[in-house]
Design a protein around this ligand. Structure first.
Ligand code: CO8
Length: 303
């Protein structure tokens, strides 16, 4: 599917749908799609697992919400609660975020959260997306994304929220803010975060074309900082973290705040308007129709 999205700039959203229907999906077993989607959304098992090593002060947060770690309201709530706990824990100085799933870091926002939902629910969802970014981008901890699979759209945003990104050196994995390919527009704070990471020109190309970059191409534009063999992503993140933690916390934190605060403040002072914009956009008939087509296509792939 990543290839489909990467290669479908010229087709737009409906093109993505038609392309999707002819691609295999890593041989996953086919069961009723309606049932499996609902089953995933209603799952009460933890979507996040956190291990804090008190001897190093480093926590590893593992996303474990099959099939693709999509960012549902439940997922985001759990993610934010865990982040807040770690933030308040004085023994925790560094955070590594990774995925337990093979081939996927996070598929981004959960599309089911944006289809057929009331404006109130959409607003609640969007507030949780904002919260995830605000907490991560503004974290006092040193943060590293250990990207061990594909990471489109909201998954890319989560990675960009970290201080450093290490990705598996696998050209089949992709990362990027591909929103325009789905006919939707990345909000200003997605854009700002990307500009802060890769610079204005690369961000402009990337956002307008909705580019998904292979891991090597992501390294070339600075979207990720380092590629390593797949089985070394986590250990490299741990080694790298020790370098970040060798810097005195207060100096690193003040510097991080100096770099990121203007971007954070921009969202904080426009938060309600941003929610209103999202709700009015996502509940438009035309956008809902596109989402419905997308969901029908997902079901038909398993019929
Ligand atoms: N949300 C919900 N379900 C998803 C999502 C998602 N984002 N992505 C995949 N799934 C589901 C699939 O439908 C499939 O379901 P089922 O098993 O029931 O058929 C299952 O997860 C597995 O998917 P794949 O078979 O495609 O898994 P692969 O391992 O082949 O590929 C990928 C994994 C590469 C992650 C692939 O699924 C992918 O590229 N997904 C794209 C997801 C996507 O489109 N993300 C964009 C979401 S929008 C966003 O994040 C920002 C929006 C900003 C909004 C601004 C508005 C103003």
């Amino acid at each position: 599917m990543a290839n489909v999205l990467r290669n479908s700039a010229k087709f737009g959203f409906s093109g993505v749908l038609s392309q999707l229907s002819i691609h295999s999906r890593h041989g996953r077993e086919c069961v009723s799609p309606c049932f499996s989607l609902q089953q995933r959304n209603n799952s009460t098992s933890p979507k996040i697992k956190v291990d804090l090593d008190s001897s190093t002060g480093v926590a590893v947060l593992r996303m474990q919400s099959p099939p693709v770690n999509s960012l549902s309201l439940d997922f985001l709530t759990e993610f934010c609660i865990n982040l807040e706990k770690l933030e308040m824990d004085r023994s925790c100085r560094g955070l590594i975020i990774t995925s337990t799933l093979s081939k996927v870091f996070s598929a981004g926002l959960d599309i089911m959260e944006m289809y057929g939902k009331s404006p109130e629910r959409c607003g609640e969802f969007w507030k949780a997306v904002q919260e995830m970014w605000l907490k991560l981008y503004g974290s006092n901890m040193a943060t590293i994304a250990a990207i061990n699979g594909s990471s489109p759209a909201g998954g890319c945003l989560m990675s960009l929220g970290c201080d450093y990104r290490i990705m598996a050196d696998n050209p089949r994995y992709s990362i990027g803010l591909n929103e325009t390919q789905l006919g939707i527009v990345a909000p200003f704070w997605f854009k700002d975060t990307l500009v802060n990471t890769v610079g204005n020109r690369a961000a402009e190309l990337s956002l307008e074309l909705g580019l998904l970059y292979s891991a090597p191409d992501a390294l070339k534009i600075g979207l990720v900082d380092q590629l390593v063999p797949e089985d070394q992503v986590l250990s490299t993140a741990q080694d790298t973290m020790s370098k970040w933690l060798a810097v005195p916390d207060h100096a690193r934190q003040i510097t991080k705040s100096m770099m990121r605060k203007p971007t954070i403040d921009k969202l904080l002072s426009n938060r309600e308007a941003d929610i209103t914009n999202f709700v009015s956009f996502i509940t438009k008939d035309s956008i809902q129709k596109s989402l419905r087509m997308y969901l029908e296509m997902l079901k038909s792939r398993k019929a």
